[in-house]
Design a protein around this ligand. Structure first.
Ligand code: ATP
Length: 299
């Protein structure tokens, strides 16, 4: 298990991470979220042992993270960190050896992964000759070459087309099922929502929202009702507990204070004509995030 306990990091006088705690168990995919500058990269670097924390402790399976443990960690950084003059094979060997693997073991695993990611022909290609998306694949493959127990993924889908996003997702889910701990960071809430059962949202280095996604959604009492048909939005707006009615393409989204209001809205809608849809939805993580953080996330 990865345990981050009461971690604080100062850069000079500036507090970048403020008393942060969370745990990631084997098989879990954990979301670490936050707007730009919230402290995610600083946290990742401290977990990796690349940066000293000011206070607190970080342990993996009860041990402090040092060189003996980093062999079991994989890190996909947001910025590309490929050795572009090398071939895919040379680079994998370089990183694999750093992780304590033997050359034949590295090549066997690399070939399997290139097959999985549908680029077996790139084994001996120079990295600089590959497209952006394929470079991202190579970077991901390099991060998991050692089959890490703990995998840190900082914006893993940047530059990928939807087809390749699916390939990545499949591999990430497979790794978690095989028992890896995965920390996932992304600005794209819909990705986080699909994967992560647990998460922490950082703002100015502090956790502002934390726990199981399901519980977070339950506790956030607001709901949305989607309606298709001939309604008069102004009449719905007048119902007590209705926050807003938004016309979205061919349907209306009615935001309500809590589930208790559903019945009142339904009473009105049942008298309207041509109703083809009435569904009560939980708010998206993005909506909860924006409400909590108080600013648009998709900047
Ligand atoms: P992004 O999503 O933009 O990558 P982040 O959540 O990863 O952001 P960090 O890079 O961890 O954020 O930065 C957290 C805060 O610490 C920011 O205000 C940043 O300016 C500051 N910071 C980061 N590195 C340093 C440093 N070496 N010296 C001083 N301040 C720093």
């Amino acid at each position: 298990m990865l345990k981050v306990e009461n971690v604080t990091k100062y850069y000079g006088d500036f507090k970048a991470v403020d008393n942060l705690s969370f745990e990631v168990k084997p098989g879990e995919i954990f979301g670490l979220l936050g707007v730009n500058g919230a402290g995610k990269t600083t946290t990742f670097r401290m977990i990796m042992g690349l940066l000293d924390m000011t206070e607190g402790s970080i342990t993996l399976d009860g041990k402090k993270i040092d060189y003996s443990v980093t062999d079991k960690i994989g890190f996909l950084t947001e910025e590309r960190s490929l050795l572009t003059k090398l071939t895919v094979k040379e680079q994998a060997i370089y990183y694999g050896v750093l992780k304590g693997m033997k050359e034949e073991q590295i090549i066997k695993r690399l070939k399997e992964l290139l097959e999985k990611f549908e680029i077996p022909e790139y084994l001996d290609k120079k990295i600089k000759e590959l497209s952006k998306g394929n470079q991202q694949k190579v970077q991901f493959i390099t991060a998991i070459i050692n089959n890490p127990k703990l995998l840190i993924l900082d914006e893993p889908f940047s530059g990928l087309d939807p087809f390749n996003v699916e390939l990545f997702k499949k591999e990430i889910v497979e790794m978690s099922k095989a028992g890896s701990m995965i920390i996932f960071s992304s600005h794209r809430m819909e990705h986080v929502e699909l994967f992560c059962k647990k998460l922490v949202v950082l703002m100015n280095g502090k956790s502002v929202l934390a726990g199981e996604l399901k519980k977070i959604k339950q506790q956030y009492r607001k709901k949305n009702i989607l309606i298709k048909g001939e309604i008069e939005p102004d009449k719905i707006k007048k119902i007590k507990g209705v926050v807003s009615v938004i016309n979205k393409a061919d349907e209306y989204e009615v935001k309500i204070e809590s589930e208790d209001i559903v019945e009142d809205v339904f009473k009105y809608v049942s008298k309207c004509n041509n109703i083809t849809k009435f569904s009560v939805e939980e708010p998206s993580l993005n909506e909860i995030f924006v409400a909590k953080v108080g600013e648009s996330y998709e900047k």
